[in-house]
Design a binder for this molecule. Structure first.
Ligand SMILES: NC(=O)C1=CN([C@@H]2O[C@H](COP(=O)(O)OP(=O)(O)OC[C@H]3O[C@@H](n4cnc5c(N)ncnc54)[C@H](OP(=O)(O)O)[C@@H]3O)[C@@H](O)[C@H]2O)C=CC1
Ligand SMILES: O=C(O)C(=O)[C@@H](O)[C@H](O)C(=O)CO
Length: 276
């Protein structure tokens, strides 16, 4: 089993440098895949109300027998934005997870047209004070949205989970995160596989280190200071994806991978995307 190193978040919590995505892992097979992932060393689990798998994640956590070592993430969906709505949403998530606490609670999408993400974040801060949430963060927030929640609540999110992969390295937003003390978390870190893993430049760099293309990509994320959360239903791939801390890419190699930049791959511009 791989030991995944941690970094310290702005609220003092030890946070894994790599976690496990669970989107599409549902039902008994989904639970089994998450149990396998925990057995393979993953300690950070990423879920959301909208993945409709909080029960599966909670069941996997109980089956693992190491609840206290795990950081369980879930996310407030757009339809639950608002102060009271978020408190109600958190109660629903806790009930479905069957856990006493959400370890990392994120706003899934800012939905700026609705304009209720500040009160949503305030509710999360209050849930944290009450011990129902350990760490508060956001997802898909722009620099302007981060500044606004910080100014209006006085609390800096510990994490911003954003689309990031070699086709979309997010240099500017990562620099903002660094200056504010926010940890970047990369969603779809393998670009949902797409053609990324067949890119010549990634193949060449992987060969130079005797690792797989996937491992080279995930090491690129961690060396850029982001926590990738690759999803895999396949135990052998879970092991491969977690085993990325035994080699270092050079500065030139990091830059060559970032050179694949082409922009967002999906319709996920936080200024316009609405997700309920
Ligand atoms: N906050 C947000 O808005 C969003 C958050 N997310 C989160 O990010 C997580 C990860 O993103 P996701 O979209 O799932 O995409 P990923 O980039 O993690 O890619 C997952 C795909 O890659 C395949 N794969 C995984 N490992 C390997 C490997 N070693 N070799 C070859 N193929 C591999 C998987 O196949 P297989 O399972 O068959 O092994 C699956 O098809 C999600 O599960 C979710 O938790 C995702 C999107 C948006
Ligand atoms: O997976 C998530 O967290 C999402 O936010 C979804 O929008 C995802 O990006 C998707 O593709 C849904 O079809």
């Amino acid at each position: 089993m791989v030991t995944i190193p941690t970094v310290t978040l702005n609220d003092g919590i030890a946070f894994p440098q790599l976690g496990f995505g669970t989107y599409t892992l549902t039902g008994a097979e989904g639970t089994d895949a998450i149990v396998e992932a925990i057995g393979n060393g993953y300690r950070l689990l990423d879920s959301a109300v909208n993945y409709e798998n909080e029960r599966e994640v909670g069941e996997a956590v109980r089956r693992s027998g190491i609840r206290d070592e795990l950081l369980v993430t879930t996310k407030v969906p757009g339809r639950d934005h608002g102060y009271d709505e978020t408190r109600r949403s958190a109660r629903g998530s806790l009930e479905r997870l069957g856990l006493e606490r959400i370890d990392l609670y994120l706003i899934h999408w800012p939905n700026p047209r609705v304009d209720r993400y500040v009160e949503t974040f305030q509710a999360m801060i209050d849930l944290q004070k009450e011990g129902l949430v350990r760490t508060v963060g956001v997802s898909n927030f722009t620099a302007a949205m981060l500044t606004r929640v910080i100014e209006e609540t006085g609390v800096t999110p510990a994490v911003n989970q954003i689309e990031m992969h070699p086709y979309f390295p997010q240099d500017e937003l990562r620099a903002v995160h660094s200056s504010l003390g926010i940890r970047t978390e990369s969603w779809s870190p393998l670009a949902r596989r797409s053609e990324l893993l067949g890119e010549q430049v990634i193949g060449d760099i992987a060969a130079a280190h005797a690792v797989t293309p996937t491992q080279a990509v995930l090491r690129w994320h961690t060396q850029l200071g982001s926590t990738p959360i690759p999803k895999s239903a396949t135990p052998a791939r879970q092991i491969e994806n977690a085993d990325v801390f035994g080699f270092d890419l050079t500065g030139d190699e990091l830059a060559a991978i970032s050179g694949l930049e082409r922009g967002r791959l999906w319709d996920g511009d936080p200024d316009t995307h609405e997700e309920m």
